[in-house]
Design a protein around this ligand. Structure first.
Ligand SMILES: [Zn+2]
Ligand SMILES: [Zn+2]
Length: 137
């Protein structure tokens, strides 16, 4: 795999370069993620803040997670695409939402586990043999 990996939001205003593979990739089926992603689940790549360079103008929004952790979101001021989430009390680890769409990065961003399957939509079938958890493990 060649690094850095490039990605851009829908309007192209926010771009990033990722210099290392994600530490972990999770698919989350919780209702918050369904709303966030306007899709049955969201896919999050955990990356170290040192491994990514982001440019472009972003706005922030924050909510409390069920764990009691603060969950701050950054999104493009132009198209509203969600770029990442992080806990401001532990800003070293970023939860990358915006991912490259190039097919050659598929393998790198394949979820290794599906979480919050207790809130999963009924019509989506989990892939065979994948790890899953009813809530946050
Ligand atoms: Zn944008
Ligand atoms: Zn979720």
């Amino acid at each position: 795999m060649e690094f850095p990996i490039h990605a851009a939001c829908q309007c192209g205003q926010v771009t990033y370069k990722l210099f290392a593979a994600p530490k972990m990739v999770l698919a989350c089926h919780c209702k918050e993620c369904q709303t966030l992603a306007t899709a049955p689940f969201s896919v999050t790549a955990l990356v170290s803040a040192d491994d990514i360079e982001i440019s472009g103008e972003m706005q922030e929004w924050e909510r409390m997670a069920e764990s009691g952790n603060r969950n701050r979101a950054k999104f493009c001021t132009g198209c509203g695409n969600r770029v990442l989430h992080f806990n401001p009390d532990d800003a070293h680890l970023l939860k990358l939402k915006l991912k490259p769409t190039d097919r050659k990065y598929d393998a790198l961003f394949t979820p290794t586990a599906h979480v919050w399957t207790s809130e999963k939509v009924s019509w989506f079938e989990l892939p065979e043999g994948v790890k899953s958890f009813p809530k946050q493990p």
